[in-house]
Design a protein around this ligand. Structure first.
Ligand SMILES: NC(=O)c1ccc[n+]([C@@H]2O[C@H](COP(=O)([O-])OP(=O)(O)OC[C@H]3O[C@@H](n4cnc5c(N)ncnc54)[C@H](OP(=O)(O)O)[C@@H]3O)[C@@H](O)[C@H]2O)c1
Length: 329
């Protein structure tokens, strides 16, 4: 099968297209023919092996899993002897759960992985694209933020993969949502349902005089120190991006003060919980509560180009990679 392979960390050129063996599913595994995957914001980090801490997930000196890619949508081609949750022909979407290998034509994954039936109204590309953003924004807002109907929620980086799903999920939970993005993305963020938008190139959202129950910094660009003044008493600051400051603030605010700072790493949540979330996300998609935001589509052979675009840090929503199956998109 065709796969993206990298055997050392480095620039986008380390990503090569190779022919490799199709994996054989173990007794508890399903073999998925992948029709679409995506390049997420974390993929270039794993490719570079920088910051160094990322190598605890991918291998200290060289990548231990040489096929990158975390999210996918495709069709089940074969199932192991003990598989009961899925059958051949099922259309599925999900994530590899840190094992990577989704930038390839086939993957074998445990049936109890972060997988669910694909939303019936979505293409493979759309389904693959929402996995990272929705599987991130959902536990942040619901589990850490304890989002409630009527909450005032601000989402910084509302035009990114996590932010665009965050806006839609916060609206679903009944919040009053403010999205922060640049001028070019104001219409996009409004179209996702944001009640108001703030253009970060013109206005500092921490100095508008408004205060929020939850500030979800989906792109990790505004620290707790800055956001604190825009949080209501008992307000919660959430960030997706690890820094020394958030570690310090997380610890400090867990001990004193009413405003809390939090971070989580959604990729390491138990697969069972992530699969449940995918089923929830599927229902939301099928009921028109969330939709995909896809800026660009690349072929697998254009993977280096896709990485170059993603690592600008300015993609709109998602970058999808198709596996020569444009007709199946
Ligand atoms: N902790 C976790 O479990 C977890 C899980 C998934 C992802 N992440 C991390 O979450 C972060 C966001 O991921 P993502 O996929 O949403 O990223 P992304 O799609 O690459 O974010 C790009 C978006 O961010 C916006 N942006 C850039 N600078 C901004 C700023 N200063 N203020 C507001 N918006 C800004 C850009 O809009 P403009 O072009 O208009 O600037 C662009 O639309 C990444 O760092 C990723 O590694 C963490």
């Amino acid at each position: 099968m065709k796969a993206v392979v990298y055997i050392k960390y480095g620039p986008p050129e380390v990503l090569q297209i190779r022919e490799v063996e199709i994996p054989t599913p173990k007794n508890n595994e399903i073999l998925i023919r992948i029709y679409a995957t995506a390049v997420n914001a974390t993929d270039p980090i794993f490719r570079k092996g920088k910051p160094f801490i990322s190598r605890f997930a991918t291998g200290l000196l060289t990548p231990k899993n040489t096929i990158p890619g975390d999210v996918l949508a495709g069709e089940i081609e074969a199932v192991g002897k003990e598989v009961t949750l899925f059958k051949k022909g099922d259309q599925v979407f999900g994530a590899t759960g840190g094992g990577f290998g989704a930038h390839a034509e086939y993957i074998s994954l445990p049936e109890e992985g972060a997988l669910a039936l694909k939303p019936a109204n979505m293409t493979y590309g759309e389904a693959a694209s929402i996995c990272d953003g929705a599987l991130t924004a959902l536990p942040f807002l619901r589990d850490q933020g304890k989002i409630q109907r009527g909450h005032k929620v601000l989402i910084n980086g509302a035009s990114g993969a996590v932010g665009s799903q965050g806006v839609q999920l916060a609206k679903y939970f009944g919040a009053e949502v403010t999205g922060v993005c640049s001028t070019a993305n104001l219409d996009l963020v409004k179209s996702l349902g944001a009640d108001s938008v703030i253009d970060y190139t013109r206005e500092d959202f921490t100095r508008t005089g408004q205060s929020y129950d939850i500030i979800f910094d989906a792109v990790g660009k505004s620290s707790f120190s800055r956001c604190k003044r825009a949080l209501k008493p008992n307000g919660i600051y959430l960030t997706t991006v690890l820094s020394l400051a958030i570690v310090r603030h997380r610890l400090w605010t867990s001990l004193i003060g009413s405003r809390k700072a939090m971070i989580m790493f959604t990729g390491i949540r138990p697969a069972k919980e992530r699969a449940e979330d995918l089923r929830f996300i599927k229902d939301l998609a099928e009921n028109g509560k969330i939709s995909a935001v896809i800026e660009k589509q690349y072929l697998l052979e254009q993977i280096a180009e896709a990485h170059r675009h993603v690592e600008t840090g300015h993609k709109k929503g998602n970058v999808v990679v198709t596996l020569d199956q444009i007709s199946k998109m």
